[in-house]
Design a protein around this ligand. Structure first.
Ligand SMILES: C[S@@+](CC[C@H](N)C(=O)[O-])C[C@H]1O[C@@H](n2cnc3c(N)ncnc32)[C@H](O)[C@@H]1O
Length: 279
């Protein structure tokens, strides 16, 4: 079966697959909504209904959400070039083309990568992808419980916290609501990392009516999704040395080709990114 809305076919089930055990496909999930927006197949009608509402607010989202994966690729390459060989990618999302370990290990095969997500569907799909790779693992854990990640035996098997680590928090801190202390959580993670480690952060930016309406859709759907002011996001980088070009719209972060800021779509003005080193 399929729902056809304009130029995109919204299939009602991932091709030929049953949902993994324990996954409630009737409750929308951030991981699956995002999977749909970046062209994946591991999403269901409840997820696509939310995606559709977001696309109604910002129609270019349907085509521009992939920009978030592209900054991930550029940032991971940059971090490998800085000598980083250990990545903890929290809020990693469902596996897609060119994930963190593939990008990093293509440049430095010895690199170790731990994926962390609180949605069990990520583990269900990640396991198969990683079955052949002993330097990479995926765990189900919640960013809001740092000990469940920093003391997790699977994490400690691959990550030596006495050596520099890249902490990747792409598109996930904005799913921590204000009363859950995102800044305090970030500090806890950064305090656990040695000097020479890096934070790679992307975050929804409060910028105009679209950001407010998207926040309403997300909070209404899954009770998370905060679009914060630039100053609030910049404060997450306090005490770190932010690499050039600083905290910028994600397409402007070390683009491979020159990008004219004036041409950026609404969607591309809704997310800021930065990469910063712990001195
Ligand atoms: C928008 S996706 C980002 C995926 C990926 N980082 C990227 O940039 O392409 C956000 C992910 O964060 C996960 N997430 C949300 N809240 C989380 C939490 N408290 N702990 C761990 N993961 C969380 C969601 O399940 C989802 O997979």
């Amino acid at each position: 079966m399929s729902e056809n809305t304009g130029d995109r076919v919204w299939s009602t089930e991932p091709a030929g697959e049953r949902p993994p055990a324990g996954i409630d496909v009737n409750v929308p999930s951030v991981a699956r909504i995002y999977d749909f927006l970046i062209g994946g197949k591991d999403n269901y009608a409840a997820d696509r209904a939310v995606a559709r509402k977001l696309i109604e607010v910002a129609p270019d989202l349907e085509h521009d959400a992939g920009a978030h994966r592209r900054i991930l690729h550029r940032g991971v390459r940059f971090l490998v070039e800085q000598g980083i060989r250990q990545f903890v990618d929290i809020g990693s999302g469902l596996p897609t083309a060119q994930n963190t370990h593939q990008v990093a290990q293509a440049l430095a095969p010895e690199t170790t990568v731990v994926y962390v997500d609180n949605d069990p569907i990520v583990l269900a799909h990640g396991r198969a992808l990683l079955a052949e790779n002993e330097r990479t693992t995926v765990i189900t854990a919640d960013l809001r419980e740092p000990a469940s990640i920093l003391k997790n035996p699977d994490v400690l098997r691959l990550i030596d916290f006495d050596r520099p680590v890249a902490l990747m928090l792409l598109g996930v801190i904005h799913h921590i609501n204000d009363d859950e202390d995102p800044a305090g959580l970030l500090r806890t993670y950064l305090d656990a990392l040695p000097s020479g480690s890096w934070l790679f952060l992307t975050h929804f930016l409060r910028s105009g009516p679209e950001s407010e309406r998207m926040e309403q859709v997300m909070q209404g759907s899954h009770k998370s999704g905060r679009f914060r002011e630039r100053e609030e996001i910049a404060a997450y980088l306090d005490g770190l040395e932010t690499a050039e070009p600083g905290l910028v719209y994600i397409d402007l972060w070390r683009p491979e080709e020159p990008v004219d800021e004036a041409t950026l779509s609404v969607t591309k003005r809704l997310v800021l990114g930065a990469v910063a080193r712990k001195p």
